[in-house]
Design a protein around this ligand. Sequence first.
Ligand code: SF4
Length: 234
Amino acid sequence: MPTARRSRGNAAAWKPATPRRLRAIRDRLRAAYGRPVPRAHRAPVDELILTILSQNTNDRNRDVAYARLRERFASWDELRDAPVGEVEEAIRPGGLGPTKSVRIQEILRALEGDDLRWLEDAPLDEARRALCELPGVGRKTAACVLLFSYGRDDVPVDTHVYRVGSRLGLFRPGASFDEAHDELLRLTDPGDAYEIHVGLIRHGRRTCTSRAPRCRECPLLDLCPYGRAVTARS
Ligand code: SF4
């Protein structure tokens, strides 16, 4: 069957998951990998810059680029007003330096000195909307800032979370990343956002990998339509 027809068929058969189902997934992931402990650091601008640096690179290169920025510039204001070439040079180990340097300075200019600490107590929708209005900031970056800075209930959907969640049937087949964010938010109990995010990432890195998911060893196999179909065929 052509891919488009198959995907329409899957979408037609898909039924939204329930919070109870996500709770069951959470509990299995907790048993497999342990319960992650959130550590809200209350530094939203730092988190914003760090998340921009994380695009299209791994954690190690991101951290090197971030450390070099902090070493090179005494404050975010100084970074904002620096020649863009200096910023680009500082973050080069993180990749995409020309793009990220411009983006970071655009964001800092758009903030006009706002330290974003008001995000801690603002209504969640309002906080998310304000972040998404910044240049180049989308739902994932906004959710990272809200979750990691203040432990607020937003779940970043990166490629691991999207892939694992899609295979588990949490997202409508073909759903956009924004739709996946909305769906995961609907399913996640208050206070569970960090554990859901970290649990799905750990699972995506260790078991439900992109090219060769280890379905037969997976603690979620009986909850996973994709895994059940794969193991039934082989
Ligand atoms: S059963 Fe397979 S596809 Fe499903 S979550 Fe586990 S590893 Fe991923």
